[in-house]
Ligand binder design. Structure first.
Ligand code: AMP
Length: 216
């Protein structure tokens, strides 16, 4: 199973990818999480990426493609994966196709999460994330049992720098300009399936299982 989750920031890709990757026993490869880990470890890559992330801009393609090339070469990705937040540009999509082709593989499907802009703004500005396990919460619609503490691992919850209102607007513009062209790109290749990304998390997960052909 080789899937890509595509959608604007706040569409729920990370939440669904984390749960389904556990269910399916394949790694969840999220470029945003990788960059935040690199930043927490204060690596050169992390510090370089921060400049772009804080502005809501995309990190340059070469950097992201290099990161993904290394990650996909690890043995656990050989049996399948969910990529989340990648590709985000046509150049990244072409690089991914090439990397997979060189390994005798190809994407099975691309799942697009369709969510209204109003709902994206609501989700992103109320989002809180666990520093340790990256589980996400929402201050109003999915609060943790104890404020500021992750239910799953007890880690500290924080607001991502780029989830502040000004940066969120910019990220949505960047999605429309640089990532939305991937919808046509994958539609033309018969890989695109759209899932309605609003409503109960469980129903959305079931729609993704159906789209991926694993619904029981
Ligand atoms: P995310 O967690 O997916 O919302 O990503 C957070 C930020 O990391 C984005 O706003 C970008 O600055 C950067 N980023 C993550 N994935 C990519 C990608 N595939 N290409 C370029 N920048 C990325």
């Amino acid at each position: 199973m080789r899937l890509a989750f595509l959608g604007p920031p706040g569409a729920g890709k990370g939440t669904q990818a984390r749960d389904l990757s556990r269910e399916w026993g394949v790694p969840h490869l999220a470029t945003g999480d990788m960059l935040r880990e690199a930043l927490a470890a204060r690596t050169a890559l992390g510090l370089e990426a921060k400049r772009f992330m804080d502005q809501g801009a995309l990190v340059p393609d070469e950097v992201i493609i290099g990161l993904m090339r290394e990650r996909l070469a690890k043995p656990d990705a050989a049996k399948g994966f969910i990529v989340d937040g990648f590709p985000r540009t046509i150049a990244q999509a072409e690089a991914l196709a090439r990397l997979l082709k060189d390994a005798g593989q190809a994407l099975d499907a691309v799942i697009f999460f369709d969510v209204s802009e109003e709902e994206l703004l609501r989700r992103l500005t109320g989002r809180r994330v666990c520093r340790q396990c990256q589980t996400t919460y929402h201050l109003v619609s999915a609060p943790p049992q104890k404020p500021g503490v992750c239910d799953r691992c007890g880690g500290e919850l924080y607001q991502r720098e780029d989830d502040r209102a000004e940066t969120v607007r910019r990220r949505l513009e960047v999605f429309a300009r640089q990532t939305a062209p991937l919808l046509d790109y994958y539609r033309q290749r018969n890989l695109l399936t759209t899932v309605a990304g609003e409503g109960p998390i469980d129903s959305i997960r079931q729609a993704i299982r159906r789209a991926a052909g694993t619904a029981r």
